[in-house]
Design a protein around this ligand. Sequence first.
Ligand code: HEC
Ligand code: HEC
Length: 337
Amino acid sequence: MVVVLGFLVGFLYAQHGALPEAPPIPANNPQTAEKIELGKMLYFDPRLSSDGTISCNSCHNVMNGGSDNRATSAGVNAHRGGRNAPTVFNSAFLSVQFWDGRAKSLEEQAKGPITNPIEMGIKTHAVAVDRIKKIPGYVKAFKKVFKGKNAVNIDNLAKAIASYERTLITPNSPFDKFIKGDKSAISPEAQKGYQTFNSVGCVTCHSGSNFAGPSLPEGTGFYMKFPTIAGTKYDKKYKFTQDKGRFDVTKKQADMYMFRVPTLRNIALTAPYFHNGSVETLSEAVRVMGKTQLNKDLSENQVSGIVKFLGTLTGDIPAQTLPTLPPTPNKSVVDLK
Ligand code: HEC
Ligand code: HEC
C-alpha cells in the first residue's frame, strides 16, 4: 500500500527541476551572517568530541563531497558504526534526516552526533554546553547571535550548525544547465542515460529537483523498501538486510527495510554507496538498484549511460574558508580521563 502510494506520488512529481538556489528556512531559525559563522566554527571544532579529535567535518568533509568516502564512519576511539555518512550538501532540502528518517529537521539532527558514543562521544549535552561556556570567544558569539542570559544552550548550538548547513547548497550542475535549456551542457551519452533513468523507472523514486522524491513538509519522509525485490544475489553479497531501516525507529512491521530515498545530487563524489557503504562503485550501485528495485538486469550500455548522467548532477561546491576557532583559555577544556 505504502509502496503503491509512493509510486503514484513519484509519478506526480516526476519532473526533475534545477536545484533551487536556496533551501526552505524555518520560521524559528532565520539565517543571519553571524549565526552562520558561529555554526561553521562549531561544525569544524573537534572540541565538541569527547577526546577533542573529531568534528562534524571529520565525517562530512565540506572541502570534498560532504561525506568521508568510507564504508562506515570512524568516530572517537576509532569506533565504527553500521552506517555510511551521507553528504551534508543539500541536506537542507531533505524533509527528514538520516537513512531511516529519524530526525525531522537539521536542528534535531545536529544534537545527535555530539553525544553518540560512536561518533563524538561526549557523555551528555550538559557536558558539551559546559565546555562551550569555558571558551570566552564562544560565549561572546552565542550572546551576540542569540541574545539573553542563557544564550549558550544545546538548542541554540544546533540552530547555529543548522544555519551553516543551509548554506551548503550545490547549484549550477551541468544537468541544471541542461534542464534549464542548454542542450549542450551534457553529452549525448549523458542525455541518453537520463532517458534510460526515466524509462526504466528510477524516476519513480528518485524524482524532484533533489532526486530524492517529492518535496514534502518537514518531518514527512519519502521512504521506499530496499530491497524491494527480496532474494537477489546482491542481498547476500552486500548484506543489505542486516539493517532493518525504519523498522528500528517505529517497530512497525510495515517499516521493515524501509529507507528514505536518498538524493542523487553529487553522487559521483560520495562513494561508497548505500546505507552500509558496501558497494564501492557507482556503476555497481546502478546495477544493484536496477535489480533490487525494478527487477531489471540492466545492460552494461544502460549502466554506463546512467552513470554518465549521474555524473552531471555534480554541482558547484561552495568554496569554504576555515573559520578561526575561539582559543581555549589557560588549560584544555577536553578532559581525557
Ligand atoms: C563519526 C562520524 C560522524 C560525525 C562526527 C558526524 N556525523 Fe553526521 N552522520 C554520520 C553518519 C554515519 C550518518 C548517517 C547515520 C544514520 O543514518 O543512521 C550521519 C548523518 C548526518 C546527517 C543526515 C544527512 C542525511 O542525508 O540524512 C546530517 C545532516 C549530519 N550527519 C550532520 C552532522 C553534523 C552537523 C555533525 C556534527 C555535529 C555530524 N554530522 C557529525 C557520521 C558522522
Ligand atoms: C522503489 C524505489 C527506488 C527505485 C525504483 C530506485 N531507487 Fe535508488 N534508492 C532507493 C532507496 C530507498 C535507496 C537507499 C538504499 C539504502 O538504504 O542504501 C536508494 C539508493 C540509491 C543510490 C545510492 C545512494 C547513496 O547515497 O549511496 C543510487 C546511486 C541510486 N539509488 C540510484 C538509482 C538508480 C540509477 C535507479 C534506477 C536503475 C534507482 N536508484 C531506482 C529507492 C529507489
